[in-house]
Write a new protein. Structure first.
Length: 182
């Protein structure tokens, strides 16, 4: 047993799979023939509060279709993603089904893209999420770059407001600017 600290997910180090806290005792008994209780699990993981539970995991999967840092000890696999939404899967055929069911009216070209994926949990929480690993350089640069742009934009806006001069061309520029920094 191990715990991913970023996401507070318990992981079976034999099966390389995430386990909602309330599934651990059953998993250990059924898959590994080990008897334990929740208290021992807490001790084993060296924590006092339970890790992510099934209901929390369900909600988490719903709002987290992609992660920047992969969940530790769970394999990152080559899979596929939909370019129109966050849907991802291991098999291309699953993506074809998704596209024809969900985006039937959209242009078909280029909808299925290769992605790195992870399957955090199994059984009824079986779902792939996208792993968007980025270089450290990039993750550091982007917020700074955006902050600078936002600052410049606010300055420009202040100047415009103070001078009381907002011509239509300037508004168009401002709109383009907003579009760019989004
Ligand atoms: Zn296991
Ligand atoms: Zn989609």
């Amino acid at each position: 047993m191990a715990r991913d600290e970023t996401y507070n997910i318990a992981i079976c180090t034999d099966c390389y799979v995430g386990l909602p806290f309330n599934w651990i005792v059953k998993h250990m008994r059924d898959k590994h023939g080990l008897k334990c209780n929740e208290e021992r699990v807490l001790n084993c993981l060296n924590i006092t509060e339970p890790t992510m539970k099934a209901e929390e995991a369900k909600a988490w999967l719903k709002e987290t279709q992609s992660v920047v840092h992969p969940i530790s000890r769970i394999p990152v696999e080559d899979g596929y993603g939909c370019s129109l939404c966050f849907y991802s899967a291991k098999k291309k055929t699953v993506l074809y089904n998704h596209v024809s069911n969900v985006h039937r009216d959209a242009i078909k070209k280029g909808l299925i893209v290769e992605r790195k994926v992870q399957k955090p949990f199994t059984s009824r929480l079986k779902q792939y999420i996208i792993v968007n690993s980025v270089d450290d350089d990039e993750t550091q640069d982007i917020p700074h770059w955006r902050a600078t742009l936002n600052e410049q934009f606010e300055e420009t806006l202040n100047e415009l407001t103070q001078s009381g001069y907002v011509a239509s061309t300037d508004l168009r520029l401002v709109n383009t600017f907003i579009a760019k920094i989004r």
